[in-house]
Design a protein around this ligand. Structure first.
Ligand code: FE2
Length: 308
């Protein structure tokens, strides 16, 4: 690829591009450093937890660590698509996205190290559904962008990456982690980290929603590519959650289990189902626009994308 022209030589950045606004927001709100989180109390709590309680949270840790690592490694082709297509503001936003993901990966690894779990292989906690999404579908959809940056390929990549992995699975993960640990008043350091992650993920979701809407308005006004693909992925997404709740239910059904940790399995499943429904609704809202310019205007007009 050669460059034919430069936007910031011929003119300036588009300060009103939705993703430029999101980039401003990321610079403002994404300043936290995993290294600054104090895990002293987490260490005390973790040492005092029973073996069963440690086992209760291990599958969640295993899901988060691999999930964050996967999205850190797999985002690159999306950045390249936006760069190749001359979308400068989108590319700039994605530099913050990549940095966020790197910090998320660092957070869990640092926590595992400090809890003395550094050498423990937790991959046995990855279910078949988990593997299909994180080991196969996600990298396949992202890797396809290296050869194919058609609207179809980009919509599908954003669907699995932003809507399913981030919008359904990560959100449900944060919810259950908070439910378990806040009730038990344990591990405040990792909970603080989860709050930061959650805020970052809000921006990542906005990127995904916008990108899918933008491409669908132009190339797939029925929004079928998105709707069909999220529906296709949904059974495995729910499968990830059902596996985690089944492990918990099985553990709690044993009368020898010593654990004060509480998780409402049904509530966790319902939460995941709600995320699935919300993501579909959010993206499909874009189908009311005939042109991308209308979508852009409405984003700037009504929401949180203001840079200040
Ligand atoms: Fe993310």
């Amino acid at each position: 690829m050669t460059h034919q022209h430069f936007q910031t030589v011929e003119g300036v950045l588009n300060w009103n591009a939705p993703l430029y606004r999101l980039y401003e927001k990321a610079k403002q709100n994404g300043k936290w450093n995993p290294r600054d989180i104090d895990f002293t109390q987490d260490k005390i709590d973790y040492e005092n937890m029973t073996e069963d309680e440690k086992i209760t949270i291990a599958p969640l840790i295993a899901s988060f660590s691999a999930g964050e690592e996967a999205v850190t490694l797999d985002i690159l082709p999306m950045v390249q698509v936006m760069a190749r297509q001359g979308r400068l503001e989108d590319t700039m936003f994605l530099t913050t996205f990549m940095f966020d993901q790197a910090k998320h990966t660092e957070l869990f690894s640092r926590w595992q190290e400090e809890m003395g779990l550094g050498d423990l292989d937790l991959s046995a906690f990855h279910s078949d559904s988990y593997k299909r999404i994180f080991y196969e579908k996600l990298p396949e959809a992202m890797e396809r962008l290296n050869r194919d940056d058609s609207p179809n390929a980009v919509i599908k990549a954003a669907t699995v990456y932003n809507m399913v992995v981030e919008g359904i699975l990560a959100e449900t993960g944060y919810y259950s982690f908070r439910e378990i640990l806040k009730k038990a008043n344990l591990l405040p350091g990792i909970l603080q980290g989860i709050d930061y992650l959650n805020q970052d993920e809000g921006r990542h979701l906005q990127f995904g929603i916008y990108t899918i809407q933008r491409l669908s308005i132009e190339h797939d006004p029925s929004f079928n590519i998105f709707n069909d693909f999220i529906d296709e992925l949904w059974p495995d997404a729910l499968g990830v959650i059902e596996y985690l709740t089944s492990l918990y239910d099985l553990q709690m059904a044993q009368d020898w289990t010593e654990s004060k940790l509480q998780l409402d399995s049904e509530k966790m499943k319902q939460y995941a189902i709600r995320q699935y429904e919300i993501r579909k609704k959010q993206v499909n809202r874009g189908s009311s626009y005939q042109r991308v310019s209308e979508l852009n205007e409405s984003m700037i007009r009504n929401n949180s994308l203001r840079s200040s």
